[in-house]
Design a protein around this ligand. Structure first.
Ligand code: F0G
Length: 470
């Protein structure tokens, strides 16, 4: 494994810059409201960026989910939607794309990633079983818990340290995994839950070597290895860049090799696949497929549309092919890295190394004066919106929620504010504006006060919780 992380992609080729492998055909005007209007909008939204109206937002970095710009090919594909209830031709296009790009045998379409998480959790978790995974994701863990599973974090320790420069901070610690099997037996483990580029850790990748070790571990213990493939194309880019022997392999080949080590995957097409809606579940086991194909008609829709229109299936089938083009993924991650480099140069504390889909501001380092229960990352998201109308997302104690058994808050080590970059949407000049606003908020950090939660929904509270200034 090489630990070489080039920080400026352009410099790999002397003084030549990289640029996006597309040009812009249609634009969507942006709106900027005044500081006074933003104060009012934020108070009405209970200091929660999820509750803002998007018309009140200037640059929207809430999420990279469903916010991509589609290509002219994808839009053309939308016009070829076959809206038959059963057996739509677009389903077969999608099936063919997933089989050939990801390599799994059987496909179940779902309306988005959490639809797939629901189905697989319900089908394979027995109540009381443990689900070891490389850090939690909000919806993934909740579906595992609703199915009676108990999530255990087995990611390497470096993932919890925003300053660690480990090149594969998404890796699973095999000793931690072994300890789970020793304590509960292989029968007590539902499956190993592996996510490509770990969202909550900062978009950090998993190495091919780690996936290979996990495969061998699972084979030894008779366990299944299921993959959250949501940002697995981005993960493949980091393998190509950082892992010995992969520099000359195409992204598509790396992705396929990785997926071949797993027994199945669930997918939020709203990320890597460059679409506004869509997801899927794909597996190799025929018996499990029969069961899932039965469940999908109960919760999502018939097994050839899974809650999507034919045109959505077509856009996703085309997006899958575009997503694995080397030039696409290089410019996608390159733009995220450009923003990260500016902030690093200005000594703003962010999670290092910069991940695949977002910059994660280290809110603890912004506001050492705020205890975690005063929601430093939520506070930072609010301040950023007030400064410039940029919308970001809390990924700290509010997102972590409460322990279902004890009712206590989870206190995650990472208290982060995410600036998530939509794919093919904003320009480098937008990234400059974002960096400058973050810097202004950082410069005003010492006088910033925290928040208290005044309304708390029971599930995935961060989406709808309300706060007030202390
Ligand atoms: N897995 C990961 C790693 C995700 O990031 C998401 C969604 C999902 C599963 C669920 O997929 O939204 O299609 O139901 N992440 C979005 C985000 C919401 O903003 O990070 P979904």
């Amino acid at each position: 494994m090489t630990h070489n992380i080039p920080q400026t992609m352009g410099q790999q080729h002397g003084r030549r810059s990289w640029a996006e492998p597309w040009k812009i055909k249609m634009v969507e005007p942006l709106n900027v409201i005044s500081r006074e209007e933003r104060e009012r909008a934020l108070a009405e939204a209970g200091f929660n960026t999820f509750l803002l109206h998007s018309d009140d937002v200037y640059i929207d970095l809430l999420t990279d989910s469903g916010t991509s710009a589609m290509s002219d090919r994808q839009w053309a594909g939308m016009m070829l939607g076959d809206e038959a209830y059963a057996g739509s031709r677009n389903f077969y296009h999608l099936e063919e794309a997933v089989q050939s790009v990801y390599g799994y045998r059987y496909l179940i379409p779902t309306h988005q990633g959490r639809g797939a998480e629901h189905l697989i959790s319900r089908a394979v978790i027995k109540p009381g079983q443990y689900v070891p995974g490389n850090m939690y994701f909000t919806t993934t863990r909740l579906h595992q818990e609703l199915a009676g599973g108990i999530f255990i974090d087995v990611i390497i320790d470096e993932a919890h340290d925003p300053a660690s420069l480990h090149p594969f901070k998404g890796n699973i610690d095999l000793d931690k995994l072994q300890a789970v099997v020793d304590a509960h037996g292989a029968d007590g483990v539902a499956y190993v839950s592996l996510a490509g580029t770990v969202n909550m850790a900062g978009g950090q990748p998993v190495s091919m070597a780690n996936a290979r070790e996990l495969r061998a571990f699972c084979d030894r213990h008779g366990l299944k290895l299921y993959l959250d493939a949501t940002r697995m194309v981005e993960n493949s880019f980091f393998i190509q860049e950082r892992e010995e022997g992969y520099a000359d392999k195409p992204i598509a080949a790396i992705l396929k090799e990785f997926c071949d080590l797993t027994d199945g995957a669930w997918m939020s097409g709203k990320k890597d696949h460059l679409v506004n809606i869509g997801g899927w579940l794909a597996i190799n086991d025929e018996e499990l497929f029969e069961e899932l194909r039965n469940w999908v008609v109960v919760f999502e829709g018939l097994h050839t549309y899974g809650g999507l229109a034919g045109r959505d299936l077509e856009a996703m089938a085309i997006g899958i092919r575009e997503a694995v083009q080397d030039e696409h993924i290089r410019s996608r991650v390159g733009q995220v890295r450009y923003l990260g480099e500016l902030l690093t140069e200005w000594n703003v504390p962010i999670v290092q190394p910069v991940g695949g889909h977002a910059i994660f501001l280290n809110a603890r380092a912004f506001y050492p004066q705020l205890p975690q229960i005063e929601f430093p990352a939520q506070t930072l998201a609010a301040e950023l919106y007030l400064d410039s109308g940029i919308r970001s997302m809390e990924r700290g104690i509010a997102s972590a929620g409460r322990d279902a058994k004890t009712g206590d808050h989870y206190y995650p080590k990472l208290e982060l504010t995410r600036l998530t970059i939509p794919r093919r949407v904003y320009t480098q000049a937008h990234m400059d504006v974002v960096a400058e606003s973050v810097k202004a908020v950082y410069d005003a950090r010492e006088t910033t006060r925290g928040l208290k939660m005044v309304y708390e929904p029971k599930y995935l509270r961060f989406f709808q919780a309300r706060f007030e200034r202390l």
